[in-house]
Design a protein around this ligand. Sequence first.
Ligand SMILES: C[S@@+](CC[C@H](N)C(=O)[O-])C[C@H]1O[C@@H](n2cnc3c(N)ncnc32)[C@H](O)[C@@H]1O
Length: 253
Amino acid sequence: MGQYYNININKMISAQQTNLPYAKAESWKMFNAISPRYDFLNHLLSFGLDAKWRDQLAAFLPDKEHLDVLDIATGTADVLLSLAKNNPRVTFGTGVDMAEKMLDIGRKKIHEQKLDNRIKLQAADANLLPFGDYSFDVATIAFGIRNVEYPTRVLREMHRVLHRGGRALILEFSMPKNALVRFGHLMYLRMFVPAIGFLVSGHYRAYKYLNQTIESFPSGQVFCNLMKEAGFQNVKANPLLLGVASIYQGDKP
Ligand SMILES: C[S@@+](CC[C@H](N)C(=O)[O-])C[C@H]1O[C@@H](n2cnc3c(N)ncnc32)[C@H](O)[C@@H]1O
């Protein structure tokens, strides 16, 4: 039953990808192209909320004195910078991403903030993490799982590299349950985001891709089920701002 459900969810996600302006398997190339404007546009389009949401990940860290964190699809390293700056318990952070240009910007920020001894970045594919089983206390991914071709495969990789008792934390856009809020959010995503994205970055398709992937990606209980299928326990969705985004958590038994 579990496997059947998994195959169908993968089929569903793949079908939704056929009309996207960019194939998810190559979304990292798009992020390379928009990297110089990525941080600025993130803050602009979310009215600064993206940074606050990343900061909130810390509230869901497991109760352990020293934490070795892996951040997948780390981009310009904002998750690790937030965790390392605000939480001395985070002793070391490793960030991986396929987009070298995003990583370069991340490395510059890490150096400027004098955190080179606590954070390192490397190029790697979320589908095939170059780490052994049982390597990390926490695996995070922020606004990244929506951009990979097979989210279930990435969830299984997150599960594999975690220690027993380790925790996965996933920050992702979600669809608000309230119909009125959902309507307002969809209007914002469909009209405002591609227009502003184009004006600032010149990449209209990239910001069209953004709203299309947000609308079609599983959220809430459906996403929690994917995490359970990947082997996580104590899975929970924590909605942020009326459900516009969510932090999902799950533990490796
Ligand atoms: C929306 S950005 C999120 C970046 C960062 N986590 C943040 O919070 O700003 C999505 C990132 O996923 C990366 N990505 C896409 N596919 C990937 C893959 N297969 N493996 C690793 N990273 C990938 C992209 O290169 C991009 O940097």
